[in-house]
Design a binder for this molecule. Structure first.
Ligand SMILES: *Cc1c(COP(=O)(O)O)cnc(C)c1O
Length: 389
């Protein structure tokens, strides 16, 4: 389906709402019935029509049609956060005593789910370091029900061979989930590679304006229905109509925002590469990146998140650098209009800082919609200021 059609027309039945260009925010909790038979039918199949907005809502449905089409999926659900999307998609596919194989160091709250919540149900998780299918095959057990991936990883950009791992899992009846927040379906299409469920934090690029928290789960109609009828309705964390409207609005400019971000990121990366204070950079579509070949094979683009290692012996220099930035904000998250920085050492107690560990000197930079010159000038003055120049 044509990208322009998906973004501008799909799901928007304008004649139903006065031919308004922008869809209405259907801010209602419930829907009215005139016939008991119709009410009975809605009870029997809540996915078949509108009953209550914890289930389906017309504004949310416009968004669902667009996001599913972008993913090349039969259907999708939109939840109140990426974390809720992770929780619901994982929970729907396991039972007590099952085994999960996950990529090492997935997103913080996925890891928390595997290490804190699921052990209460006797569900064990084995972490795999590399991206090759052999490493996943070796980690499988007879009770493995789920393989959880995040490619690229949002800190170290580790890549997994999605097609090979999906083929392996399918041959053994194991469900695969991949967190596709980094690429969005514009730059990577996991469903087409055979992955069962593709999830995203829509907070990032789909929203794109740092004003909405949301998450997406895309997959087959059968899998999405299963999640809808159990986790989606029981957790009760479906996206609200106003937030769905904000995401529809965000989608209108997604292709041009990603294009701008990709171009600017290349220029900033080239600047960082030559800077004496930068020891190395991590970026999946950088030819020097360890997983570059695999990244190039399965991704058609990369976004504005990159990590660099500060060349210093002193935590204080990294802190001075971050605090000297005038236009790049220090904040979590990414995917919005504004550039951001996060030093890894913010999560490490000062007495535990070890300069010999590269990871302690990592800074994650997110490139927003500003011009490359504007950002490079800001980085340059901060490097100078941090080194006392
Ligand atoms: C932000 C993020 C999430 C979680 O999404 P929320 O919308 O913040 O709940 C999941 N995965 C990745 C890779 C993320 O960056």
């Amino acid at each position: 389906m044509d990208l322009s059609y998906i973004i501008n027309e799909l799901g928007e039945e304008r004649e139903q709402y006065f031919n308004a260009m922008s869809p209405p925010i259907m801010q209602t909790s419930n829907f009215v019935f005139r016939k008991v038979d119709d009410l009975s039918a809605a009870f029997a199949d809540e996915m078949g029509g509108y009953l209550y907005s914890r289930g389906l809502n017309p504004t949310v449905d416009i968004l669902r049609k667009k996001l599913a089409a972008l993913d090349g999926a039969e259907d999708c659900l939109v939840l109140n956060s990426g974390a809720a999307a992770i929780f619901a998609s994982v929970f729907a596919n396991i039972k007590a005593g099952d085994h999960i194989v996950s990529v090492r160091k997935p997103y913080t709250w996925a890891e928390r789910l595997f290490s804190v919540v699921l052990p209460r149900f006797n569900v064990e998780t084995t972490y795999v370091d590399g991206g090759s299918v052999e490493q996943y095959a070796d980690a499988l057990r007879p009770d493995t029900r789920l393989i959880y991936l995040e490619s690229p990883n949002s800190w170290n950009y580790a890549i997994q061979d999605l097609k090979a791992i999906a083929d392996l899992a399918r041959s053994k009846g194991i469900v695969t989930i991949v967190d596709n927040s980094y690429c969005t379906p514009l730059y990577q299409r996991p469903i087409e590679l055979g992955i069962d469920l593709s999830i995203q934090s829509a907070t990032k690029y789909i929203g794109g304006h740092s004003d909405t928290v949301a998450g997406v789960i895309s997959g087959s109609a059968a899998m999405i229905r299963k999640i809808f009828e159990s986790e989606y309705l029981t957790i009760g964390s479906g996206i609200q109509p106003f937030n769905a409207w904000l995401l529809i609005r965000g989608l209108r400019t997604l292709p041009m925002r990603l294009k701008q971000v990709s171009e600017t990121t290349r220029l900033v990366l080239a600047y960082l590469r030559q800077h004496p204070k930068v020891e190395s950079c991590l970026f999946p579509l950088d030819p020097e990146f360890s997983d570059y070949e695999l990244a190039k094979k399965q991704m058609s683009g990369a976004c504005g998140l990159l990590t660099f290692i500060y060349r210093t012996e002193h935590r204080g220099e990294i802190i001075r650098f971050c605090e000297a930035l005038r236009h790049i904000f220090m904040a979590v998250s990414w995917g919005g209009h504004e550039s951001l920085i996060i030093p890894k050492c913010a999560g490490i107690r000062p007495e535990h800082f070890r300069p010999e560990k590269k990871e302690h000197r990592m800074l994650r930079l997110y490139i927003g919609q500003e011009s490359a010159d504007y950002l490079i000038a800001d980085l340059e003055q901060a490097f100078l200021s941090a080194s006392g120049g």
